[in-house]
Design a protein around this ligand. Sequence first.
Ligand code: ADP
Length: 446
Amino acid sequence: MFEKVLIANRGEIALRIHRACREMGIQTVAVHSTADADAMHVRLADESVCIGPASARESYLNIPAILSAASITNVDAIHPGIGFLSENAQFAEMVEEHGFTFIGPTPEHIRIMGDKVTAKKTVMEQGLPVVPGSDGPVSTLEEAEKVAHETGYPVLIKAAAGGGGKGMKVARNPDQLKEAYQLARGEARAAFGNDEVYLEKYLGRPRHIEIQLLGDTHGACVHFGERDCSVQRRHQKVIEEAPSPALNAEQREYIGALAAKTAAAIGYRGVGTMEFLFEDGQFYFIEMNTRLQVEHTITEMITGIDLVREQIRVAAGAPLGYGQSDIRFEGHAIECRVNAENPETFIPSPGKIDGYHAPGGLGVRVDSALYDGYRVPSHYDSLIAKLVVHGTTRNECLMRLRRSIEEYVIGGIQTTLPLHDRIIAQQAFIDGNYDIHWLEQLMAKS
Ligand code: ADP
């Protein structure tokens, strides 16, 4: 097992990884920008190295600075966390070339899944259903028009290198397609330096269902069930729950087993997530994330398994040591992503925390690096806390979530807690009856 791990990230996820390492007896090295000198992950780590100024490009995305920090502190492995360099195949390669272990999949798997066109092709070959659309990238407007005509409107133009909902545009007719095609390419070029796009049928009322996977380096691969991440704004997840209220036992078993079989067939190692849209009883693969996900917490709550620990174990070469039938599911879990934003306009609200009280009690987990007096910097993602609640039943979980939101005090800045409070009070949410467009429709009403 590793003796020392460098955590190439910040905020709640850096803390989350630090916690897993501590429990495994592994020492931690935090890296941070000048804006994060007082951050909790820096305070708790055994050692810390400042890797650059506030701008992420010069710090958390600065590969030479991170590798130098790893050399100076003599670590065995690097955990990339979520976002930043976590899906950068070149970084994974360089980490290994410098003699450290990359806690994640092989650079090859990152590369295959990072290009969504190749990803779709790869899983299709293994028999996974995908959203109908173009066979590969569409490189001219004429080609896009042809595919859209065949697929039928509405269609969605998506960036091959996409992530975070960027470079994604809907077109409902040929006129809109002209504009959407150019817009999507422009946005993809700006966001990813790659303007390759492809086309998919735009589904009208699907749910977002994803399967948590874990493979070891000895060919074993299991799944940890599904998460329903259909409560979204601008294609970004807001609330996630597990299990999904939309699936029956047979559908659950089918998609979990199929995803695990596919991951095993391609020799996937580490944690990963296959994302699907689910409509009228059909699953359609959309992408695979080759890293830990923000919402891994709800899977941990219903399985009792520490996924970061498992991720570190398999990266160190350990065999899984258990099979699919050993994974048991208990109760229900919901996660609310709490952002430092105005809950109505979503304008970021960085600043100093003045008064902080996190909820607690049975079944309540708060993953956050906040503390009273901490200054939320303006330079990074606005996610500041994940409120995760577990209950024996979905109803118990909802009641517990309601009282946890009530208890949660984050003073000094605006947060999206009031939005969560509003969402979970809606009858459609209580009934588990929502799709990926539901939240935006709800917000448009007010
Ligand atoms: P990203 O990598 O940018 O997050 P995804 O492919 O994972 O992009 O899609 C993000 C979200 O966009 C999905 O959860 C879903 O809400 C929506 N979406 C993606 N593809 C489709 C589609 N074909 N039809 C309708 N909605 C879609």
